[in-house]
Ligand binder design. Structure first.
Ligand code: NDP
Length: 248
């Protein structure tokens, strides 16, 4: 039996792309704060099931769902599947994202369609389904990027375009859903040590040097902000950098 106070006790959360990296850290931190959690994945079935096991070990309920954010039906459907499995949806974390970096002249139409499908259309459709399903007091937290605040060099056109769209979505959702007490906020991570951007990668030292703190961040440091926003009351339509001062 839980005896300590938990801020998200009794809440049901969905984290897209929760099998690895920042999403897995968010899912675990939500559970530590008392939430029951669904995570989506595409390829990482075993990794997602391991996240579920770790959440269950914390005494919370969890479920993993294969749902490709690039697929329109699966992106929206993850909300209803979560509500069915857990009994509702109070917190949506739009975390799943892909990055394709490279010179603008070299990006293919397939690159453009893939990145926009996952990073923009998928987030829109999942948020739309959540807006339909969420009760008053719902929370939507979206993961953007520090590259919407400062593009430090070439190669970021497609990724920055896709993530910048999420700022508009967040502000518009805040306006539209505020009357129901539902908030929408966006978190901009700086360089975070994950499979997508390993701290030992070829461009890691340059990225670390661009931050004021001179280092990569951890997935847990991003998760702490997301979970704070999942419990915050009078905060909506806002952008939060967790970037070590990358944009300063
Ligand atoms: P990772 O590549 O390490 O993990 C990505 C996660 O998203 C995995 O769980 C993956 O699942 C899932 N995923 C990928 N594509 C899809 C899809 N089409 N549908 C559903 N799930 C999907 O990324 P990070 O943890 O580094 O990034 C998480 C978010 O943070 C992204 O939105 C990213 O853009 C953003 N971000 C990351 C930064 C960084 O430096 N790492 C900096 C700024 C922003 P599976 O295991 O099945 O592949």
């Amino acid at each position: 039996m839980t005896t300590h106070r938990t801020t998200l006790h009794g809440k049901n959360a969905l984290v897209t792309g929760g099998s690895r990296g920042i999403g897995a850290a968010i899912a675990l931190r939500l559970a530590r704060e008392g939430a029951d959690v669904a995570v989506t994945y595409v390829h990482g079935k075993e990794a997602a099931e391991e996240v579920v096991r770790r959440i269950e070990a914390l005494g919370r309920r969890a479920v993993s769902l294969r749902a490709d954010s690039a697929d329109a039906e699966e992106a929206g459907g993850a909300v209803e599947r979560t509500a069915q499995a857990l009994g509702g949806l109070d917190v949506l974390v739009n975390n799943a994202g892909v990055g394709v970096l490279g010179p603008v002249e070299g990006l293919s139409l397939a690159d453009v369609d893939r990145v926009l499908a996952v990073n923009v259309r998928g987030v829109f459709l999942t948020s739309q389904a959540a807006a339909t399903r969420m009760p008053p007091g719902g929370r939507i937290v979206t993961i953007g990027t520090c590259m919407t605040q400062r593009v430090p060099g070439p190669g970021g056109t497609l990724y920055a375009t896709s993530k910048a769209a999420l700022i508009g979505l967040t502000k518009a959702l805040a306006r539209e859903l505020g009357g129901r007490g539902i908030t929408a906020n966006i978190v901009h991570p700086g360089p975070i040590d994950t499979d997508m951007n390993p701290a030992g990668g070829p461009y890691a030292a340059d990225q670390a040097a661009m931050t004021a703190l001179g280092r990569f961040g951890t997935a847990e440091e991003v998760a702490a902000m997301v979970v704070h926003l999942a419990g915050a009351e009078y905060v909506t339509g806002a952008e939060f950098a967790v970037d070590g001062g990358f944009a300063a």
